[in-house]
Structure formats: C-alpha cells, structure tokens
Design a protein around this ligand. Structure first.
Ligand code: FAD
Length: 346
C-alpha cells in the first residue's frame, strides 16, 4: 500500500533518477542518499582511535542534535515510505558501523497507570559510517520507514494510530531538534579481519547497518581497515520502487565486479524456483552451496530487518544443512561460537 506524503515544510520536492526526493534549504553542504560517486575519500582517522563507544548518552542525559535533511528514497509504487535522514551531530556522539542510535520523540503519552510520561526511546540502525555521508565525521544518517496504521475493518489509514517516532523523523524539517541516546549495539560489528567475506542479508530498513559497512569498506580510505574480502548483499523488498540506496549499490557493483555482489529478492515482481513469490530466503537459497563454502572458510553472515524474516531463512538453511548431511543446530552454534553469525531483527 502506498503511503507517500507531502514533503515537510521549508524545502522543495524534486525528482532524482525517477524518484521524488525532498531537498532541504539548509545553507550547509548537502549530501544525498542518491549517490553515484563511490570513489575512496579521505576521512579524519582520529575516529579510529579508542574503544568502541557504547551508551555515551542515556535517557536521563540525552544528546541534542539537529536534522539536516530528510529525503524520501522510495518510489511512488513502494509499499510504504522510507526516508534517509541526515543528522548534524558535530561528531559529538561517535559510533562504530553496525551500531544504533536511540531517538526520543517529542511529547508525552499516558501510561497504563494513567500518568503522563515522556515517550519512550526508539532504536534506529545508523545508516552511515562513523564519518557520515560527508566523510567529515560531523553527521550521521538514519534510514527510517514511516509506520502507518491501516484499520483492518475499513482498510483505511488511521492517522491517530500512526507511529510516533518514525513520523516525527520523516516529517522533520531541516533544523528540527532531535533528542538522541546511544550509540548502542555490538551484534552487527564488522570483523577485525578485513579479508573476511561479508554476507549481508537485509529486508527493508535492515539495509541501514549494511550501508554503514559498504561505505567503510569501499568509499573511505581507512588505513587500518583495507577491505579485501567479498561483500555480498542480499536485499529483500516488495518491488523495484521499494529498493533503497540502489544507485549507490549499482555503482559499487560496477566499480567492484569481483568484490561486491548484489542480489535482490523482489517479492511482488519475481518468482522463486517453485513459481511462488521471491522472498529473501529463496534468493539466498539459490546460492546456498557458495554461502556454506564461504562460511566454512571464515565468512561472516549478517541478518537485519523485520523479525518476520528469520523463520523462513532458518527453515531454508536447516533444509539445506540437512541435504548436506550437517546438523543445523551444531552448524549454527559453531558459527555463533566463532562470532561469524550476526542477527539483529526488530
Ligand atoms: P510507535 O508509535 O511505537 O507504534 C508502533 C506501531 O504500532 C506502529 O506501526 C503504529 O502504527 C502502531 N499503532 C499505534 N497505535 C496503535 C493502536 N492503538 N493500535 C494498533 N496499532 C497501533 N526502524 C526503522 O525504520 N529503521 C531502522 O533502521 C530501525 N532500526 C532498528 C534497530 C533496532 C535494534 C530496533 C529494536 C528497532 C529498529 N527500528 C528501525 C524500529 C524502530 O525502533 C521503531 O520501532 C519504529 O520506527 C516504529 O516506531 P514509531 O514510534 O514510529 O511507532
């Protein structure tokens, strides 16, 4: 179902590569999620120093930042709207690739005891590397899907029940203050071994942490992380209009044909081998032999997106493992034990 909305105030809507995007009127240099320049950039490598930041800011002493831009990155036929949001952090809430930020939306709610309390924190995977979209470490980006509610009886959208934080973020005008916590999470970190192949499996906004990965691996000149492995992204969305960051991905696939692989599962446009809808597990299964071999040889496998993606994937992997004479539980346990198995679903 389509859920496009009018862009937030103070900007202009335009079309880039056939997609309607929102351009802010901010005076600062503006980066965009529709990027086809994947050349390696110089970055302030000071951000490589020290330990991984964790929970630098909590609910009681959150960090206040400003929204620089909000850009719709889905097309009109997508099943819902997803926005790329660039936040001006001034480098004061550093993070590592694969981590998330918390966002506390403004306003209050009445809790189960009838008391008015502030809204709770929502987590969002960070969709840029630690250097941000401008490679200067001064911004961080989020990839947010606007949560809408459709009344099951009428089938109509009920704005009273729309998602609070995602709508706040997707509607934010440049300059809007945003209350943040974190960074948090250590499940989706990149391996220290820059030779290890990375197999990234995403559905929808689950692509966010993987964008932080591919930018670090291919688009930044980081002396202590010269990525030489294979980067293989499996991306599941409903249709072509729901693809996210496709321009950046296509350019990477062209520039790094031996090192960057991209496979889409478009459930409403493609069929699987049995003639049914192509879900993410069907696309991964097409390459199951290669994937099992890569994992045998030290690859890391990452999963991110909606919780609902995992049962289908696990069922498929279990079946393939059985065909190979492997005990699935032991196989996965082994991968977890060797820290090759990374799952963050929500
Ligand atoms: P809420 O206000 O919390 O509402 C939740 C849902 O309930 C909505 O769909 C809303 O429409 C519905 N609802 C509201 N009222 C009613 C009612 N009366 N009856 C029935 N339904 C109702 N999301 C992303 O978009 N991008 C990310 O990168 C991302 N990363 C995440 C990472 C982690 C580790 C986790 C845990 C979650 C992540 N999420 C991400 C999800 C995100 O945290 C939020 O859960 C999501 O944005 C919805 O929050 P909201 O405030 O918009 O909706």
């Amino acid at each position: 179902m389509q859920t496009m909305r009018a862009p937030a105030a103070q900007g202009a809507a335009t079309r880039v590569a056939g997609r309607r995007v929102f351009r802010p009127v901010a005076a600062t240099k503006v980066s965009t999620a529709v990027s086809t320049d994947v050349s390696k950039r110089t970055v302030p490598t000071k951000l490589e120093e020290g330990e991984m930041p964790l929970n630098t800011y909590g609910n009681k002493s959150p960090f206040k930042a400003k929204v620089r831009s909000v850009e719709t990155i889905t097309g009109p036929k997508a099943t819902g709207e997803t926005c790329h949001i660039i936040i001006e952090t001034e480098g004061k809430i550093p993070f590592w690739e694969g981590q998330s930020y918390g966002v506390i939306p403004p306003g209050t709610k009445v809790n189960s005891k009838g008391k008015e309390v502030p809204h709770g924190t929502r987590l969002y995977s960070i969709a840029s590397s630690r250097y941000g979209d401008d490679f200067d470490g001064m911004t961080a980006s989020l990839c947010v899907r606007r949560a809408v509610y459709y009344d099951p009886e009428t089938g109509k959208e009920d704005p009273a029940k729309k998602g609070i934080c995602s709508n706040f973020l997707c509607d934010a005008a440049p300059g809007t203050e945003i209350t943040m916590t974190g960074p948090t999470g250590k499940v989706l970190l990149l391996p220290a071994d820059a030779n290890a192949p990375l197999i990234c499996v995403a559905t929808g906004t689950g692509i966010a942490p993987f964008r932080s990965f591919w930018r670090r691996c291919f688009m930044e000149n980081v002396p202590n992380y010269k990525f030489t492995g294979l980067f293989w992204l499996f991306m599941g969305v409903a249709n072509s209009d729901a693809k996210l960051y496709d321009e950046e991905l296509q350019t990477l696939a062209k520039e790094y044909p031996g090192q960057f692989r991209l496979d889409y599962a478009l459930s409403r446009e493609q069929n699987n081998r049995k003639g049914g809808k192509m879900y993410i597990q069907d696309k991964v299964e097409e390459y199951a032999d290669e994937i099992f071999d890569l994992l045998d040889n030290g690859a890391h496998m990452y999963f991110c997106g909606l919780k609902g993606m995992m049962p289908g994937i696990q069922e498929m992997l279990e079946r393939v493992a059985k065909e190979k004479g492997l005990n699935y539980e032991e196989w996965v346990e082994g991968l977890k034990h060797r820290n090759q198995w990374h799952v963050e679903v929500y």
